[in-house]
Design a protein around this ligand. Structure first.
Ligand code: SAM
Length: 232
């Protein structure tokens, strides 16, 4: 099977993905995801899609809030990442679909909620590329369905932003290299964080993808943002 460079990256690091994440974020990725999952689950609905679910951390957090008649579907284009999710308590029996975010194998108006955690930067760094993926999420959401996206962002304060970029530039590459022996991918990962959109520009992506009522909550002085939006 021919893998894209991103698929190959997750194929190579799937077993070390969570430990690298914990080291890079000093464990903060866990409470951030829990917060996004709590926000998402409070928005209701019975059909949830955790897109780019990876090893299932966000799905496991969503599962903590799931009602008896709610169905959680997980999707990712890396089978190796989803295999790890499969072994997590509570996720064994969830539907897992091998799918590309740009071409989802779901009918229009299928879901009440779509979540995506720390994967948007993998989809594209530019507005037009992201609009393609988020229009696809809009398509599979029912009218007035909810989108919750948690991703790195850009702090408003110039000082905090320069500290954040300094941290990313000096810490991520060595940690990634120590755990995986792969310098190139973690160089890309670090530059994708420093080059990603600020929250207002990401709101524009959502609006251009057909979403309304866009809003965001900054975490860690704006280094992370939880965006919410309604589908049309
Ligand atoms: C950084 S991981 C995030 C995993 C998980 N959501 C989390 O919070 O830990 C990014 C995930 O996005 C998936 N991914 C990247 N591009 C994708 C695409 N075009 N379609 C589907 N999945 C994709 C990768 O396979 C990987 O599992």
């Amino acid at each position: 099977m021919k893998r894209t460079p991103i698929q190959k990256f997750y194929f190579d690091i799937s077993k070390r993905y969570e430990v690298v994440n914990t080291c890079i974020t000093m464990g903060l990725d866990k409470p951030w995801r829990r917060k996004a999952a709590k926000t998402a689950s409070s928005l209701g609905g019975k059909m949830w899609l955790d897109m780019c679910c990876g090893t299932g951390d966000m799905s496991a957090d969503l599962n903590q809030h799931i009602g008896q008649d709610t169905r959680l579907v997980m999707a990712d284009f890396s089978q190796e990442m989803m295999d790890i999710a499969n072994s997590k308590p509570g996720l064994e029996d969830k539907d897992k679909t091998l799918a590309d975010a740009f071409n989802l194998p779901f009918k229009d108006n299928s879901f009440d909620l779509v979540t995506i955690s720390f994967a948007t930067r993998n989809l594209n760094l530019g507005q037009s590329g992201l609009v393609k993926a988020f229009s696809e999420f809009n398509r599979v959401l029912k009218p007035n369905g909810k989108l919750v996206n948690i991703e790195t962002s850009q702090p408003k304060s110039k000082f905090v932003k320069s500290m954040f970029h300094l941290y990313v530039g000096t810490i991520i590459k060595p940690i990634g290299y120590v755990f995986t022996g792969d310098k190139t991918s973690y160089t890309f990962l670090a530059s994708s964080i420093t080059n990603f959109l600020d929250p207002e520009s990401f709101n524009e992506v959502l609006t251009r993808s057909g979403f309304s009522d866009t809003a965001f909550e900054p975490l860690l002085f704006g280094a992370i943002s939880i965006h919410t939006a309604n589908s049309q």
